[in-house]
Design a binder for this molecule. Structure first.
Ligand code: ACO
Length: 325
């Protein structure tokens, strides 16, 4: 049996220059470095400059991924950009990225699944490539959450930051076994019963405003670990792999406590967990490729490694992807 696999050719990321520390936040609102670190593991986050939009972060991450892959932008025929903070209501931020990269063939579109955006975008691109309609894809997660935060709400504003990450995928023929390189299995879920637990209180079709992020933090926390572990068990069941087989666990970087609890429940050893939330906070759809780029650059993730991604976010949405590097 042969199969088309979406193989990762390269990855890249970008964080805005401005770093906002917990101490700076504590000088503005009633919080402390201790509280934030203990509850979330976050120490600092990056904030986009006023004239720096989501597309600008996405372009820089995409350029870094293309350079890492060593390929020309012209060979890209699919761009899937996950964001909840697009430059404009429309057109898609993906077309701004496409234009900036000098690409005017193929297709580029945005996808919105909040913090699960990268896993949803990876799954979507993988399905396009495996269907045989497209050959090389850029999958991007890019966010400027600083623009939708209520900076007076200490329950949310300390948690999020801005950033972008990207991977280049290529359709390649493989044997069709779990020894193949590339995306081996993906599992996505959503359940709108939870939509009021994490949402933005504005939008073009309702308030005609952008709105601010609102969250019942405890409720999100309560559901997160169970949902995350469910879709990872789905990935194990689909492939026959177990926690022991995983080389690297690269979860959505929302909260160290959620990550630790998920890894513990799944029996994934702590040394296999890639953790970057301390450096950039929750960057929503950008957080997985940001963490991935760090672990690839520092030499942890190597060819042949089994890499497990997971995310959970507003909606609720959640999902997992298992990739052989
Ligand atoms: N600094 C100091 N005190 C604070 C802060 C703050 N920044 N924020 C809230 N508090 C206070 C509350 O007002 C409350 O005070 P009270 O007891 O006097 O009323 C107290 O801390 C406890 O508040 P809780 O909200 O119950 O605190 P909790 O222990 O649940 O921690 C947190 C809050 C960190 C938001 C936690 O619920 C959490 O991590 N939830 C998951 C949220 C998340 O990660 N969302 C990301 C999107 S979804 C995803 O990506 C998975």
């Amino acid at each position: 049996m042969t199969a088309i696999r979406s193989v990762v050719l390269g990855c890249g990321s970008y964080l805005p220059e401005r770093v906002l520390t917990n101490a700076e936040l504590a000088a503005r609102i009633d919080t402390s470095d201790d509280w934030i670190v203990q509850r979330t593991g976050i120490r600092e986050r990056h904030i986009a400059a006023d004239d720096e939009f989501t597309s600008h972060l996405a372009i820089k991450a995409a350029q870094a991924a293309l350079a890492d892959a060593g390929i020309d932008a012209q060979s890209i025929d699919l761009i899937v950009l996950a964001t909840s903070t697009p430059d404009n209501t429309f057109p898609a931020t993906a077309v701004a990225v496409q234009h900036a990269l000098g690409i005017n063939h193929g297709v580029a579109f945005d996808l919105q699944a909040v913090c699960s955006g990268f896993v949803f975008a990876l799954t979507t691109a993988d399905n396009f490539l495996r269907a045989g309609t497209h050959k090389r894809a850029l999958v991007i997660g890019a966010e400027t959450f600083s623009r939708i935060l209520d900076w007076n709400d200490r329950g949310t504003c300390v948690l999020f930051g801005d950033g972008a990450g990207a991977v280049v995928l290529e359709a390649q023929p493989h044997a069709g076994t779990t020894a193949d390189r590339g995306v081996l299995t993906t599992h996505l879920r959503s359940d709108g019963r939870h939509k009021a637990k994490l949402f933005v209180d504005g939008g073009p079709g309702s308030t005609k405003t952008v709105g601010h992020l609102r969250m019942e933090g405890r409720e999100v926390f309560k559901h997160a670990v169970g949902m995350i572990t469910d879709v990872i068990v789905d990935a194990f069941n689909a492939t026959g792999f177990t926690a022991e087989d995983i080389t690297w666990f690269i979860p959505h970087q929302a909260n160290k406590r959620i990550i630790d609890a998920s890894a513990h429940k799944l029996h994934i050893a702590p040394q296999k967990v890639v953790l970057t939330v301390d450096k950039h906070g929750n960057t929503s759809a950008a957080s997985i490729p940001l963490a991935l780029a760090v672990a690839v650059k520092d030499g942890r993730v190597k060819k042949g490694d089994l890499v497990l991604f997971e995310a959970m976010g507003g909606g609720f949405t959640w999902g997992s992807a298992l990739v052989r590097w």
